[in-house]
Design a binder for this molecule. Structure first.
Ligand code: ADP
Length: 717
């Protein structure tokens, strides 16, 4: 718009100038013509006046003559004489005035002739009057000679006057035309000027509007630019061609310690001082390189920015030249950002990765560890040809090693559930003393092995929490196990459960190796093990506390580690919301471990070893047990044997455990039979599936004998 206006402006001005010049020329011509016409009219009027003068003089001469003839008084001759004196001069003037007009000029001698005739007649009559009296003179007058001369004179003057009148009329017509022209030209010029002035004003207004729009757009752009620079997370510094600072955005101000106003005009090198992260030697400023090479300098890291006050910030930076509309370099812009956080998270990632690698190495080690004693034990049993003494002596070893492997596998499974957020709780009101008791039972062998003295402080009244009993026992077992592992043999372990306001608290304290202040929080991180030879010898995968914390969090509780320092023991505190004591809560006091009476049990499992060992174990504790290795056979056996309880594997060929359960439930004898699923699958969906198929319980392999005993002992609900 602006440009268009600027292009049109000279054309507009040229048109105006041409019109003004044309109008001036036209006006000049018209004025000249008007003057000429006026001059010609004045001339004609002068000729007319001269003719009138001549006629008047002739008439006055005649009047004087008549007066004298009648009176004879000489005084009457005065007008005659005066007219006679001046008339020649008047005729000459007329001749002079009519010299520009041939027709008029030609009539002047005629006019002169008639004047001479008239004057001659007048002189003659005067002379006769003088000599011969008035009658003689009157006789001459009456001859009409004088009247004829006078008539001729009138005719010539009339003709000449008519010509001058015609000239005046013609001049007046020309004058009128010139005036009309002048008026029209003036009007046309005025109108054109008006149109042009209007057009100019409109264009000017448009131009002003365009300029104001452009300046608004410019302002908006500047504002956008300013706001962007103020709100982006990167530091921005701009310089001029000579690398002097022109601008710093707020982030740049914060990172360099320079205010934009005070940095203006300073050399970039002193405002933006960078050194190499490792060598700590000055690094070339990317903006200077951009100014020197005229090219963009890509992102660079491993640089540390030293602020005005000496603070160091790891940054990455890039720079680019700034060019004007003609492509000429006018300065450079430097962009940089604080990468301290990114570096920290990179470090964390590396640490996590390292911990994971260590974990995998340890996992391999930990899984292989129990295998050696197991293999040895089997060898011993084989070599001794199943000597009952040898079997008895290695059973303990085998149990412990298997227990250890089961625990590792369980932990791994739990961790995978945690990371997929699939750990689910089965909560019910439970007495904390019962949980402590369960955990103590599991940790007992290790505690005994390491000869620790355990003291328990449990409340006399039930302390009930709404919790998943086994998961809570798992937490306590972890804490007890750690206390046993990380305390040198012969140490002390103290377990306490108590109410604290609306909370229930369990603490496990030991007199062990303690935890340094730095490691207190880390111990709950996955795969974390505080590196020391003693710990390494204790086994474990660095998962126990991670699992424990997650389980406690799922109960909306907290778990904390405390230690006075290395060598000064540790205390782990679990805090949960205490619940009221509902009638249904199973309390430690009420819990009894009745030895189960013998049941008729049918086991179905296509893994023969698994089926056989389970059968033997149950037979040893007094049950009447039958074994089948497939579902079809199991259905027949069930019909014949009519067991009270069936322990069914789920994954069997031909007829799997779920189908088998459904079929049994369809039979009249199968309705009240107790069906227990025994499987490697323990996800909530697996539980739901087995429930739908008609199972009463769902146990995940390997099953603890005590748990099985409990189920076998209980009567069908
Ligand atoms: P794990 O015992 O399998 O290594 P945990 O997650 O149970 O894994 O424990 C993490 C780490 O915390 C242990 O390796 C140990 O260094 C430290 N820790 C746990 N409990 C104690 C304790 N009672 N005393 C000292 N250190 C402990």
């Amino acid at each position: 718009m602006n440009k268009a206006f600027e292009r049109k402006l000279p054309i507009g001005i040229a048109v105006v100038v041409v019109i003004i010049l044309a109008n001036t020329a036209l006006s000049y011509r018209n004025t000249v013509e008007l003057y000429a016409a006026a001059e010609r009219v004045a001339h004609s009027e002068r000729v007319q006046a001269a003719l009138e003068q001549v006629l008047t003089s002739a008439s006055e001469a005649e009047t004087g003559q008549r007066g004298y003839i009648i009176t004879g008084n000489e005084r009457y001759l005065e007008p005659f004489k005066a007219a006679e004196r001046r008339i020649d001069a008047e005729v000459s003037r007329l001749a002079q005035l009519t010299r520009d007009n041939a027709e008029q000029e030609a009539d002047v001698p005629r006019l002169q002739r008639f004047i001479v005739q008239k004057l001659d007649e007048l002189r003659l009559t005067i002379a006769v009057r003088k000599e011969n009296g008035s009658d003689a003179a009157r006789a001459i007058v009456l001859t009409d000679r004088g009247r004829l001369a006078m008539d001729s004179l009138h005719a010539v003057v009339g003709r000449m006057e008519s010509r001058e009148l015609a000239t005046i009329a013609a001049q007046q017509a020309a004058y009128a035309q010139s005036r009309d022209w002048a008026v029209s030209a003036g009007l046309a010029a005025g109108l054109t000027a008006l149109v042009l002035v209007t057009a100019f004003v409109v264009l000017q207004q448009r131009n002003i509007r365009a300029r104001s729009l452009a300046s608004e757009a410019l302002f908006e752009q500047k504002e956008l630019f300013r706001t962007t620079l103020a709100s982006i997370g990167d530091g921005v510094i701009s310089t001029d061609r000579g690398a002097s600072v022109t601008f710093l955005n707020p982030v740049a101000e914060a990172l360099t310690g320079w205010k934009s106003t005070e940095a203006q005009g300073e050399a970039l090198a002193s405002v933006f001082e960078i050194i190499n992260e490792e060598t700590r030697l000055p690094v070339e400023n990317p903006a200077l390189r951009a100014l020197r090479d005229g090219s963009v300098v890509a992102l660079q890291s491993h640089t540390v920015l030293v602020s005005k006050s000496g603070t160091e910030t790891p940054i990455d930076d890039s720079a680019a030249p700034i060019r004007d509309a003609h492509g000429l370099m006018t300065g450079a812009v430097l962009i940089f950002r604080d990468i301290a956080e990114r570096k920290a998270s990179e470090r964390q990632l590396r640490d996590a990765d390292r911990r994971k690698d260590e974990f995998l190495a340890m996992l391999a080690h930990e899984l292989r560890n129990p295998l050696a004693p197991l293999r040895n034990a089997i060898e011993m049993v084989r070599l001794s040809a199943d000597d009952p003494h040898v079997v008895a002596s290695v059973r303990g070893i085998m149990e412990r090693q298997v227990e250890q492997m089961v625990r590792l596998t369980d932990d791994l499974l739990d961790v995978s559930r945690i990371t997929r957020d699939r750990l689910e709780l089965r909560r019910k009101p439970v007495d904390l003393a019962l949980v402590v008791q369960r955990a103590m039972e599991s940790a007992d062998p290790l505690i005994k092995e390491r000869r620790h003295a355990v003291t328990l402080a449990l409340p006399t009244a039930p302390l009930v929490v709404d919790a998943d009993e086994s998961r809570l026992a798992q937490v306590l077992y972890n804490l007890l196990g750690n206390a046993a592992k990380y305390t040198n043999p012969g140490g002390r372990i103290h377990v306490q459960a108590m109410r604290d306001g609306s909370d229930a608290i369990i603490t496990v304290s030991d007199s062990g190796i303690g935890i340094s202040r730095d490691h207190l929080q880390n111990v709950f991180e996955m795969f974390t093990q505080i590196d020391s030879s003693l710990e390494r010898s204790q086994g474990g995968l660095g998962l126990g506390l991670t699992l424990s914390r997650r389980i406690v969090q799922l109960h909306s509780g907290t778990i904390e580690a405390a230690s006075e320092g290395l060598g000064r023991g540790s205390t782990f505190t679990v805090r949960l919301a205490a619940a009221g004591a509902p009638a249904s809560a199973e309390t430690a006091a009420a819990r009894t471990f009745a030895f189960p009476k013998g049941r008729r049990v049918l086991i179905a499992d296509d893994n023969r070893d698994s089926a056989d060992t389970l059968a033997q174990m149950l037979q040893m504790v007094g049950h009447d047990v039958r074994v089948c290795y497939d579902g079809v056979n199991a259905l027949t056996q069930a019909e014949l044997f009519r067991p009270e309880i069936m322990l069914l594997d789920i994954g069997m060929p031909v007829l799997n455990g779920l189908e088998l359960a459904t079929r049994i439930r369809e039979r009249p004898w199968g309705a009240r039979m107790r069906l227990i699923a025994l499987t490697g699958w323990g996800q909530p969906e697996d539980l739901k599936r087995s429930q739908r198929a008609g199972f009463d319980h769902h146990l995940v392999k390997p099953v603890e004998l005590s748990r099985l005993q409990e189920l076998l002992a209980a009567d069908k609900a």
